[in-house]
Ligand binder design. Structure first.
Ligand SMILES: CC(C)(COP(=O)(O)OP(=O)(O)OC[C@H]1O[C@@H](n2cnc3c(N)ncnc32)[C@H](O)[C@@H]1OP(=O)(O)O)[C@@H](O)C(=O)NCCC(=O)NCCS
Length: 149
């Protein structure tokens, strides 16, 4: 299957919503994106900033995967922090996600990115997917939260 990468814009919003809401509806995420206004704000957060990089994967003329993230210009290079990465469930389990990682990495190389980074869930199938696709775990890093309410 021929795969292509393209830069996404808000013209793609409806399809992005379809992919994200279906890809993250399953365990362990169980995300509920039925509120379209909320989803639009989420996409503004991820795609609407000067340092946003929103990439799409095209297969058979259709958008089937997304990589939404932002850049950080560290002293030692540019990090592309992936905030949302997924494949349309209808296209999962065929090796497309692995090829998508490689395409995004190649895009990063062409744009002088130093590295890709992301956060995921240790119990999610995606954890093993990332390890198999060359990501390494930063074992000394910890993700902290503090509730405001
Ligand atoms: C994680 C995700 C991006 C992986 O995409 P994918 O297209 O399913 O990935 P791949 O097909 O490359 O690999 C997934 C599985 O398919 C299998 N697979 C790979 N190539 C295959 C092929 N040609 N035919 C059949 N199966 C194949 C692999 O064995 C792999 O399973 P394994 O890791 O248990 O061995 C996708 O499942 C997804 O969007 N999940 C929901 C959202 C999510 O969790 N995103 C990440 C949050 S941080």
């Amino acid at each position: 299957m021929e795969l292509q990468i393209k830069q996404l814009s808000f013209d793609d919003e409806e399809r992005i919503m379809q992919i994200i809401s279906s890809a993250f509806a399953a365990e362990p995420w169980n995300d509920d994106w039925h509120d379209q206004e909320n989803f639009h704000h989420y996409l503004l957060d991820l795609m609407g900033n000067d340092n946003s990089v929103a990439l799409g994967l095209i297969a058979e003329g259709l958008l089937v995967g997304i990589a939404l993230g932002h850049l950080i210009h560290w002293f030692n290079g540019i990090e592309y922090c992936l905030d949302d990465f997924c494949i349309d469930p209808a296209y999962q389990g065929q090796g497309i996600g692995s090829q998508w990682v490689q395409l995004v990495k190649e895009y990063g190389r062409q744009n002088d990115f130093h590295r890709l980074s992301l956060r995921t869930h240790r119990q999610a199938p995606a954890y093993h997917f990332y390890l198999k696709n060359g990501f390494r775990e930063m074992e000394n890093d910890v993700y902290f939260v503090l509730n405001c309410d």
